[in-house]
Design a protein around this ligand. Structure first.
Ligand code: 5GP
Ligand code: ZN
Length: 114
């Protein structure tokens, strides 16, 4: 999608530092971090929400989680603990409609989430 900010980031159009890349997935640091470590893992392909994935995308969503796990190790938070989450649609607080997995860590996390 030409007007999607995360498509532009994945394509390198905005000069955002990509801290993880494979054929299907990229990751970069959140612009407005909510924790000392806050990374977004996204598919290169434009997918608006988690609702838009189907069974054929099981490899894609698996790669996103495995990338998050690798990044947690690299960022030094794997043993302490970290949180991964996907906000889907308005009531969950999704603001960018290109699927993204949040990786958050480096501080204690509250539960239940807000
Ligand atoms: P959502 O609320 O949709 O789950 O999360 C969207 C996230 O994208 C927010 O945490 C927001 O800070 C982040 N974000 C929005 N625009 C940009 C951007 O242009 N660059 C980066 N790195 N993060 C962004
Ligand atoms: Zn997009």
């Amino acid at each position: 999608m030409t007007d999607c900010i995360f498509c532009k980031i994945a394509n390198g159009e905005l000069g955002t530092d990509l801290i993880y890349e494979d054929e299907q997935v990229v990751a970069f640091r959140d612009l407005n971090p909510q924790a000392p470590i806050h990374v977004l893992v996204i598919p290169r392909r434009h997918v608006a929400t988690l609702n838009d994935l189907d069974a054929a995308d099981s490899d894609l969503i698996g790669r996103m989680y495995l990338a998050a796990r690798s990044l947690a190790v690299r960022e030094g938070i794997a043993e302490r603990g970290y949180r991964t989450l996907i906000n889907c649609n308005a009531e969950a607080g999704q603001t960018v409609f290109h699927l993204h997995l949040h990786l958050l860590g480096g501080r204690p996390m509250g539960w239940p989430p807000g």
